[in-house]
Design a protein around this ligand. Sequence first.
Ligand code: ATP
Ligand code: MG
Length: 565
Amino acid sequence: LKPPDRAFHGHSRLLVSDVHSQYESIRRGKQEIPKYFNFASDVLDKWSEIEKVGKRPPNPAFWWVNGKGDEVKWSFEELGFLSRKVANVLTKVCGLQKGDRIIVILPRIPEWWLVYVACMRTGIVIIPGISQLSAKDVLYRLQASKATCIITSDTLAPAVDSVASECQFLKTKLIVSKSKREGWLNLTDLYKNQSADHSCVKTRIQDPMSIFFTSGTTGSPKMTEHSQGSLGFRPLVSERYWLDLTPSDVVWCTADTGWILASVGSLVDPWVFGSCIFIHMLPKIESAAILNTLCEFPIDTLIGAPTLFRMLVQNDLSRYKFMKLKNCMSGGEPLNPEVMEHWKSKTGLDICEVYGQTETGVVCCVFKGMKIKPGSMGKAVPLYDVQIIDKNANILPPGQQGEIAIRSKPLRPLGLFSEYVDNPKKTAESERGDFYVTGDRGIMDEDGYFQFIGRDDDIIISSGYRIGPFEVESALIEHPAVVETAVISSPDPLRGEVVKAFVVLSPTFSSSDLESLTRDLQEHVKKTTAPYKYPRKVEFVQELPKTVTGKIKRNELRKKEWGRM
Ligand code: ATP
Ligand code: MG
């Protein structure tokens, strides 16, 4: 790939506003949002036109590698051409229609992007799933969603077959594979022979586009519905966005395809700006491969979960020289300030924090160029009025801890999910007064920066003190012996509950005397944070329980801990 032409750079900003300019008056609140909107025809096909007249820099729209020498590069035109073929498979071969639901569980292969865009073109609702799901997880998702079709690859097809008889709604199974499989249609063969003539359906802005299962950190994953508007239209009307991109940029988001972060950071948002989406199909998230990729490819923006950065800083970063990396974003879990500092000292780059939920998309973030306050996840995005509220939905003043909430009345802001599918009770529970409540606790400071304290149910109350686990974890992780840690409450006859830390040790400390190391860690926490927060109990473990999206499941540890009583 040629490096993006400098001359295009200034020009491309104008073009971004070409796609955006039609929405300017909506941004200014002078015009109502349109009744109809479809991301494929209103954004992707527009970029295709701009590209056709030679007004987009020579940057692919999609660039995929697998580390084995295979490479796929598509322009917007090619993306359009191929996704129309897939759209015809879905409607003509499978007989699916607008409003039908498909579960799509694919690794990071190019077909995932084609299927996604094909769903937009046909109005079919896509339900992305994570590749590591078990047969039981697939069954839960198929039954809960009543999906009539599933698309997956060789890895998960046997699991699907093992539960298919219990899924009365499932009619069609499509496999992306080099070989045939009994009872399955082969998408790879089918779409190549389809016609590329397809006209995009008309969708209302509130029509469903995707349904995401939440991570299930605190219970069964919930089906969260997003519309063409909340997912596709939202970035077009945000005056300032978490990603600041141009059509010359290359963006790499390492999130698994099943997570909303992939739909946002690896599909919708970069394409709104006409940028290139880069994908490395790493079979396993492995730090050396990631660092090498950043050195070999002109990636400008890297988006990942804190686990990614925690893993990367374990390497000797001075050995790597990144080709173009300038923006790093981390979201999905709190990022430890220690990791941020380490990364900055070795690479010169900041990690900008992004806070969001499946239900809300991005809520707060550190915008480009904004002052970073370590331990804070930035300011509210322009579309959301984010406040800290109490149990009675009263707004709390700066500096006071409460629940992070988004004003949702009288007007539900664009970006917020439509509902929990088939679960009006849960939907209602997420509302309090004029707000949607996130279930996370935080503090806002005088400048409007938000600090994450913890999930409401992770808060430890010891001798009357409220302790957020994250602060203790961040203190512990500063100690060289600690690779990862999870802090929860543990029963205590005197104090009700006390702070307990589960610690994964760094290999160099594995033969240490654990009793003195425990004392060391306790002293360290007492010195780095308020002494009452120190872990009275410490347990060393090989690994921590995590969700498939890589989040620490504190509730699982807590259940075990309290079950021991
Ligand atoms: P479930 O709702 O099923 O229990 P989940 O809440 O983990 O699962 P997600 O929607 O994937 O499912 O995660 C959103 C949550 O992740 C937020 O509510 C918050 O607790 C946490 N989170 C996301 N980003 C950040 C961040 N930057 N800092 C701290 N926490 C974050
Ligand atoms: Mg949640």
